[in-house]
Write a protein that binds this ligand. Sequence first.
Ligand SMILES: *Cc1c(COP(=O)(O)O)cnc(C)c1O
Length: 365
Amino acid sequence: MKKTFVTQPSLPPIEKFIPYLEKIWDSKVLTNGGPFHQKLETELIKFLNIENISLFTNGTIALITALQALRITGEVITTPYSFVATSHALLWNGIKPIFVDVDPNTFNIDPGKIESAITPQTTAILAVHCYGNPCDTERIQKIADNYNLKVIYDAAHAFGVDCDCGSVLNHGDLTIMSFHATKVFNTFEGGAIISQDLKTKIRIDHLKNFGFVDETTVVAPGINGKMNEFCSALGLLQLEYFDELIAKRKIIDSLYRENLSNIKGIRILERKEKKSNFAYFPILITEENALSRDEVFDKLVSNNIVPRKYFYPLISEFPMYRGLASSSLENLSHAKRISEQIICLPIYPDLELETVSRICDLLRL
Ligand SMILES: *Cc1c(COP(=O)(O)O)cnc(C)c1O
């Protein structure tokens, strides 16, 4: 029997991509802000309802560059419940991560616990819209204003997500995105920084191109973070199919919710956003379940369903973080429990509804 994985990248019909390739071959412009790169920036601004975007080679380099662009130093308050790149970007900038526990209902950083983690060294808050669930951006901004801190959002999961006040991407000083193959919108590898003013966007564009302003002027120790024309063209094509793919995801999400909502020992994450992208389907295997999380996981795997323990372990448990005072488990009890109960179920546009029903049956028994 064929294995079902937690995600499967969606690809546009290959024949639709050929004309893009022909244009690249004809023009011989392969990278450095070519026509597809410029067009993808323009189209994403419209599609996502944002002001400025800078495309990147991946989300991690975008995150590292965002911290550089805002000249963040010292300590940054962040969440242990994320993909490891969130904190790694801090270490790459010589910044000390200070972990704060998550809210047990949203799995996002708990704004009520941020203030007590602030020290004279704190310069910023780096929060994650986990599974596309918007952070409490209003409360986070209030704290940042009170203490003169910058705010960066890791929106790697939040492409196309709206909260009550519009796109979730328009909060904080900077927001980063990932277009990695596993994300809802992919360019094979890719990423972006969304900025709130043109001056900052221009600085970011310099930083992603070695600090070059023109052929002979270098203004900063920049990096090579540019998105190439192949990936940009893919992005343009993928964008045409995005709404259709989200509609397919929504059907799968609804079917899971219908089937799993009243099962003892299974908790479904409530969605708070106005418009979701249905990127993930996380469930918690709680104490009331006859099986442990790992037993449920093994049961699914032995039935050719390969879910993910995403996120387990916590970032703060990896060797380069576990020595920090803020990594102590007493400090992170909600995040710890969630990481021990979490399973992300398969969800992707081409997942068959029959398979979804079979997964639900396996979880029900
Ligand atoms: C995927 C992801 C990243 C990293 O993005 P890449 O494009 O793979 O470098 C960062 N943060 C979160 C939360 C992610 O899920």
